[in-house]
Ligand binder design. Sequence first.
Ligand SMILES: Nc1ncnc2c1ncn2[C@@H]1O[C@H](COP(=O)(O)OP(=O)(O)OP(=O)(O)O)[C@@H](O)[C@H]1O
Length: 421
Amino acid sequence: MKQTPETIVLVNFGCEDIQKFARSIRDRHIYTMVMPYTVPAERVMEEKPVGLILCADAGTPERPGAREKFEALKLPILDLTSGTGTGDVDAAVAFCCQCGCHGSWTMEKFIDEAVADIRRQVGSAKVVLGLSGGVDSSVVAALIHKAIGRQLTCVFVNHGLLRKNEPELVQEIFARNFDMNLCYIDASDRFLDKLKGVADPEQKRKIIGKEFIEVFAEAAAKVDAPFLGQGTIYPDILESIPLDGNPNGVIKSHHNVGGLPKNMKFKLVEPVERLFKDEVRQVGRLLGLPSELIDRHPFPGPSLGVRHVGPIERDTLHMLREADAIVTEELTRAGWYHKTWQTFAIFVPVKTVGIKNGQRSYDYVIAIRSINSVDAVTAQVVRLPWELLETMMERIVREVDGVNRVVYDITAKPPGTIEWE
Ligand SMILES: Nc1ncnc2c1ncn2[C@@H]1O[C@H](COP(=O)(O)OP(=O)(O)OP(=O)(O)O)[C@@H](O)[C@H]1O
């Protein structure tokens, strides 16, 4: 059983910012969970809460009969259903203190408890984990490693769509910081051969996903582990529960993060499933993961595959990888990396006429996209300094063979999406 500190359950009667609200209370070291108003009372009590906060935005329609079951629990209740605003955090914290919360929820304590839980769950068995080099799986790797050391094997698959120097970077960071079994599989040829000539974005994603499962399953079979580590985080779970949907789904149902098929018969180890993203980052920092891994921009699973429009060829993929590296390098040099949510290059399979080295050229286009967002649901275009964009453009056309034109994507989300595919 998970050991958690005093828990406050936020019951969602229709509050759009409930995750943010829960997060703000957690910032005061009080552990909160979010459940929809449809949750069965027994499910609430499983978490042994010391108090309930009922949340709703102003103007949310009444849910007749919905609150009685919470009142019947005889727990202290703070009613914010006439409108839960971020300004209510202080009131909520005062209420939590009255309920006996000591403000003892810290990431240090979380780590101690998670380590104990993993040891209890896994015993002397082996665990296999897909390591992508992204924040979530890296932090989970560090956490499981702290708990069970060499019983953990991480499998890092190079699908040929990784960023420049990524395979070296990930392996080097893990070798430097942890005495870990890390199995690196270079399957790039396998992926790129299958992707040859495929232009349809959905088809590309499917091929990458299917191939990933096969490569991962082959590697995992060699380890002979009954447990699979996954980087599921709390928003993954919360977002999979519709407010008026099946209440039994609370906590227990969530998407199969890596898209690994159920028939793989693994038992799951998901030590950060109750943490928000920035808490996951804090845990990573405390476990010694460097900022170059922890504070990275979000990166899609199919990686450069969804930033290369049209059929992926090795030479055009190389152009994208080089251009992407230049964009990141210049962004970092100018001090803008941490001021944007995501900034990246896209390969556009259109040839235009230009002049390169005094000669007529007929080469491809690279687009640059830079956006800010709080939740990836909507996004605003970042007005990067013109000089910075010019530096990126000059380097790309000079250093990347096959590219003679750079454009800046000024489309917000909506109507655009963050990625092009
Ligand atoms: N190249 C890879 N090699 C091994 N495992 C991978 C790879 N890419 C993805 N995975 C696994 O699949 C999971 C889901 O991938 P996805 O790209 O959706 O990342 P995520 O949930 O944002 O997590 P992360 O931050 O770790 O990338 C990852 O957490 C990881 O366990």
